[in-house]
Write a protein that binds this ligand. Structure first.
Ligand code: S3P
Length: 437
């Protein structure tokens, strides 16, 4: 699938009131914890994207009865901490790094052996970051050469709690350790070098499992158990981010994004865009399933380049493709540093974005840990998403400040996190054509 987005003058901005699909991180966790809980859990607002569906299918393959999703509703008959059954074959987790890293932790504590595999992109991503702490806990997990998937987990091990100092800021690694910690003897504590998303900690509490959180440390004590809970998944701020930037860079925009999760460990993108001069306001504050939720209103604004504070980087880690687009449309220079984790996402997001921006005539220079972008006009051209959903959607929004059409190749994976993206974007004013090749 390919997107063709129309640039050039005479565009109207993004308008209307829309709801983006459910949060991917929260959707994954709702299936995992609902499956291991005692009792029936009801989920609403579940993201029906390929990544979270791969988590759902994995638990079905391990004998959990899961109904749905149907219009975002899922019902899970929890089997308890020790009720999973060995799957008949390897669990294929597609493009989803979150599924693989969190499941590695959960499955390290089971009585059976299991293999976790993924698509070409996931098969290149680093897993040593999870197998190292799991091995320290007593788990037996083999990888392919270079610490890459597939992961082969040998079950029936006795896990022990550890104190783990994470070498990188990663919510997936933190969550993996905490989930294995629920099966371990004693206390497992993870210390993070910078704050990362805390959906695991919040949702474990909602499922009745105590998590001690202090500053940069989170601890669970095993053996733990979970009780069924009902979870209302808010809109994904990472999906909302495309519209935040699109509306900011297009003239004459005024858009409302309803029911977006603004967990403080995820709001880096709002803070970064505000520092760049964006006009973003929040209303209708609510607390939903332990997560803060608002409606966001974004109007056109003249953005300016900034040096993005490094402390905000982990809080906006998935939003850099679209932040780079904002920088390309801003006046002056934007410098991103401390973002080397972008090189090991669904694609190398530093290189792929720099190449794409350069193909569109933007002065963008990739650095080891970020990028230097001189803002100005974006030109016409063809870019490749390298099968990375967020790269595809970022370049689609770039057309709102480009002087010609942009062709974006390899857009199928948009369905991993944002099914219906093109239709929703078109409904509020983006000129986007989907070409099935
Ligand atoms: C996620 C954590 C982040 C993020 C990913 C989802 C999660 O990954 O990039 O899309 O749900 O825990 P890292 O933990 O590798 O930074």
């Amino acid at each position: 699938m390919k997107f063709i987005v129309q640039g050039g003058l005479n565009k109207t901005g993004l308008k209307g009131s829309i709801r983006v699909p459910g949060d991917k991180s929260i959707s994954h966790r709702s299936i995992m914890f609902g499956s291991l809980a005692e009792g029936t859990s009801h989920i609403s607002g579940f993201l029906e994207g390929e990544d979270s569906l791969n988590t759902l299918r994995a638990f079905q393959a391990m004998g959990v009865s899961i109904e749905g999703p149907s219009a975002g509703k899922v019902t899970i008959e929890g089997v308890g901490m020790h009720g999973l059954k060995p799957p008949a074959q390897a669990l294929d987790l597609g493009n989803s790094g979150t599924s693989m890293r969190l499941l590695a932790g959960l499955l390290a504590g089971q009585k059976f052996d299991v293999e976790l595999s993924g698509d070409a992109s996931l098969s290149k991503r680093p897993m040593k970051r999870v197998t190292d702490p799991l091995t320290e806990m007593g788990a037996v997990v083999a990888t392919a050469e270079g610490g890459k998937p597939p992961l082969k987990i040998t079950g029936n091990q006795t896990l022990k709690g550890i104190n783990y100092q994470m070498p990188m800021a990663s919510a997936q690694v933190k969550s993996c350790c905490l989930l294995a910690g629920m099966y371990a003897q004693g206390k497992t504590c993870v210390t993070e070098p910078a704050i990362t998303r805390d959906h695991t900690e919040r949702m474990l509490e909602a499922f009745g499992c105590d998590v001690d959180v202090s500053d940069s440390m989170a601890c669970v004590t095993g053996p733990a158990k979970l009780m069924a809970a009902d979870i209302d998944v808010p809109g994904d701020i990472s999906s909302a981010a495309f519209f935040m930037v699109g509306a900011s860079i297009a003239d004459d925009s005024d858009i409302v994004l309803e029911h977006v999760g603004i967990n403080p460990t995820r709001t880096g993108v709002i803070n970064i865009l505000k520092l760049m001069g964006a006009d973003i306001s929040c209303s209708n504050h609510q607390e939903v399933g332990g997560e803060p939720v608002v409606d966001l209103r974004i109007r056109s604004a003249k953005l300016k380049g900034i040096h993005i504070p490094e402390g905000l980087v982990p809080l906006a880690i998935d939003e850099f493709p679209i932040i780079f687009v904002a920088a390309a449309c801003a006046e002056g220079q934007t410098i991103v540093t401390g973002a080397e984790e972008l090189r090991v996402k669904e694609s190398d997001r530093i290189q792929v974005m720099a190449d794409g921006l350069k193909a569109l005539g933007v002065d963008a220079r990739a650095t080891e840990d970020g990028m230097i972008i001189k803002g100005g006009e974006i030109g016409a051209g063809t870019v490749h998403s390298h099968d990375d959903h967020r790269i595809a959607m970022a370049f689609a929004m770039a057309s709102l400040c480009s002087n010609g059409d942009i062709h974006i190749e390899d857009c199928d994976n948009v369905n991993t996190s944002f099914p219906g993206f093109a239709e929703l974007a078109a409904s509020c004013g983006l000129s986007i054509q989907v070409v099935n090749e």
